[in-house]
Design a protein around this ligand. Structure first.
Ligand SMILES: NC(=O)c1ccc[n+]([C@@H]2O[C@H](COP(=O)([O-])OP(=O)(O)OC[C@H]3O[C@@H](n4cnc5c(N)ncnc54)[C@H](O)[C@@H]3O)[C@@H](O)[C@H]2O)c1
Length: 342
């Protein structure tokens, strides 16, 4: 039985571990990672089918806190195995190599490492013989692995002289956050800073909230549940919003279905860059919940703060001492509230 260790229990490492466990002539001694990642937590929840070793011993406390049993350090694992499958984040394998060398163990690195990490750049079908007996092998990347399978298949049958390829590459794996938000939402801890900031400016209002990042660029949407000091209905709320030159009430029924409709409308208006200084309230979202009132607003993030910046100049420079006079001037010069003109 060849004893194998998997270092880096991420997207590839988890699958490598499962793969080794299925080989009847190999024994998976364990897997190693640096911290209680979600994959490591899932390993624990599955009942620790594989022993876990930690690559950064100082992080032991994090594993203890998460109740994840640890069988030793990466160095312990390396000593127990014949060969390591290193599936750590690109570039880390080259550093780990020193440890594998120290104990004279063989290691196989993944596509993210530089080619010079290994003695041979390896593909099971195309150059198996080149890997024979070598200490360090490096696998091809996912695309290259598949590509070579196909080209090698034909090459062995008929001979191939030339290939030209186009790669349409997926940008991230499911669940990845490190390449930005791709098909993913990201939740922040509560209270969100907007609620805290609101209380700084309006200390008489108790505010809290949750923020979820979403991979879109044309504006934020905020839902607000407000508890008024006296009962207030939709009509009254609408009346106040309708009177405000920096708040535009729009209707779903008119085609304002969300942030993108407003962005397009701003472009149709000929606004530079599709900017909108005003927020929009979606009329059909205004609803009572008991004595609370709830509604959704659109925030055009690129331009919405411009008017308040103009106001700040007015205040700082004491251009106007009266608030309404100041904001009215800002609004006038920015051409705000045109939609209110009948
Ligand atoms: N994701 C893919 O589709 C894919 C396909 C083929 C090849 N690869 C290659 O596989 C390798 C791993 O990629 P991945 O997508 O699995 O990455 P990943 O980020 O999902 O996993 C890497 C894991 O290594 C751990 N790690 C980081 N430093 C470590 C250290 N010093 N010791 C132990 N563990 C450590 C991380 O915590 C993480 O769990 C890279 O070389 C990558 O280029 C990835």
């Amino acid at each position: 039985m060849v004893k194998v260790g998997v270092v880096g229990y991420g997207v590839i490492g988890q699958r490598l571990a499962d793969g080794v466990a299925l080989q009847e002539d190999m024994e998976l001694v364990g897997v190693a990672d640096v911290s209680p990642t979600l994959a490591v937590r899932a390993l624990k929840e599955k009942g620790m089918p594989y022993d876990l070793y930690i690559a950064v011993p100082e992080n032991k406390e994090l594993f203890d806190k998460a109740g994840i049993p640890v069988s030793g350090t990466l160095e312990d694992l390396v000593q127990k195995v014949d060969v390591i499958l290193d599936a750590t984040s690109a570039g880390v394998g080259a550093r780990n190599k020193e440890l594998y060398k120290k104990y004279n163990k063989k290691a196989i690195f993944q596509g993210g490492e530089k080619n010079d990490v290994a003695d041979v750049f390896f593909h099971g079908y195309a150059n198996y013989e080149k890997g024979l007996g070598k200490q360090f092998l490096k696998l091809t990347s996912c695309n290259t692995t598949g590509l070579i399978r196909a080209v090698d298949c034909l090459d062995r049958e008929v001979g191939i002289e030339k290939v030209a390829i186009t790669i349409i590459r997926r940008v991230a794996d499911p669940g990845d956050y490190h390449r930005g938000l791709t098909n993913a939402l990201q939740v922040d801890k509560a209270p969100n800073h907007q609620a805290v900031d609101l209380m700084t400016i309006m200390p008489h209002v108790d505010a809290t909230g949750i923020l979820v990042h979403t991979p879109v660029t044309h504006g934020h949407i905020i839902t607000v549940v407000a508890t008024p000091k006296r009962e207030i209905g939709k009509e009254e709320v609408l009346k106040y919003f309708n009177q405000h030159p920096r708040i535009r009430v729009v209707r779903l029924a008119d085609g304002f279905l969300g942030n993108a409709s407003l962005f397009r409308y701003a472009r149709d208006l000929g606004n530079p860059r599709g900017d909108m200084y005003e927020i929009a309230v979606f009329e059909e979202t205004i609803v009572n919940s008991g004595k609370d009132i709830m509604f959704a607003i659109n925030i055009p993030q690129e331009a919405v703060v411009i008017p308040e910046n103009m106001d700040a100049i007015r205040a700082a420079m004491e251009m106007q001492t009266d608030r309404l006079e100041a904001v009215a001037l800002t609004n006038k010069y920015l051409g705000m509230g045109k939609w209110m003109e009948k």
